[in-house]
Design a binder for this molecule. Structure first.
Ligand SMILES: [Zn+2]
Length: 201
């Protein structure tokens, strides 16, 4: 599964991801953003959970173990591996909602081949808004409920395993999401043990 920044291939190679993942980008060109996110929906649905996803799901079944998964990933691979995700800090590709009334909406059908522009579905609830992906965009705060859940488990844990993230979302100061850093630091205050496996090159 390509990472966020590796997803700019083919039709999307000439776009900066931040041009496709901000509230301003959505307001400027909904059809472009919608098509890009639906292509990512298709990509996620075409892959299976990997050994890491499955290992966490198995870990949670061991006697005496209580595992909480807090993820910045917006896919559903943890769930498909059998885990219950405590918090999707960056939202989900599979939790669409109206951009006006915020009513939840089914995930739209994703085309099997990439198209550059695709008009979003109309909201069936208010009939006045468009259906947008339920993800946290650059310049947006993290969802409060998920963030509080992440803080709570970080403060009350014996071991934190940090995989595939530095705890920073973006090194550009204007886009730093300080709450993630706060969550990252909160477990240090508890002196929980930390493990940060790194993939081999
Ligand atoms: Zn609506």
């Amino acid at each position: 599964m390509p990472t966020f920044r590796d997803a700019q291939t083919g039709l999307w190679s000439h776009f900066d991801p931040e041009d496709l993942a901000t509230p301003r980008a959505w307001a400027r060109d909904k059809a472009l953003c919608n098509a890009w996110y639906l292509w990512r929906v298709h990509l996620v649905r075409s892959v299976e959970p990997n050994a890491g996803h499955r290992a966490l799901a198995e870990w949670a079944t061991l006697p005496g173990r209580q595992i909480h998964i807090v993820t910045q990933n917006i896919d559903d691979l943890h769930e498909r591996a059998g885990s219950t995700v405590l918090a999707h800090l960056h939202g989900s590709l599979f939790a669409w909602r109206c951009d006006r009334c915020h009513a939840p909406a089914p995930t739209p059908n994703a085309p099997p081949t990439p198209v550059e522009r695709l008009d979003p579905d109309r909201c069936r609830h208010c009939a006045d808004g468009d259906i947008q992906p339920g993800v946290v965009w650059f310049e947006e705060p993290l969802p409060a409920t998920e963030f509080d859940l992440a803080i709570d488990v970080c403060r009350d844990t014996d071991l934190v395993v940090v995989v595939g993230t530095s705890g920073w979302c973006n090194r550009r100061p204007a886009f730093r999401t300080w709450p993630v850093r706060t969550a990252y630091l909160s477990w240090k205050w508890t002196r929980a043990r930390r493990c940060s496996p790194r993939p081999r090159p």
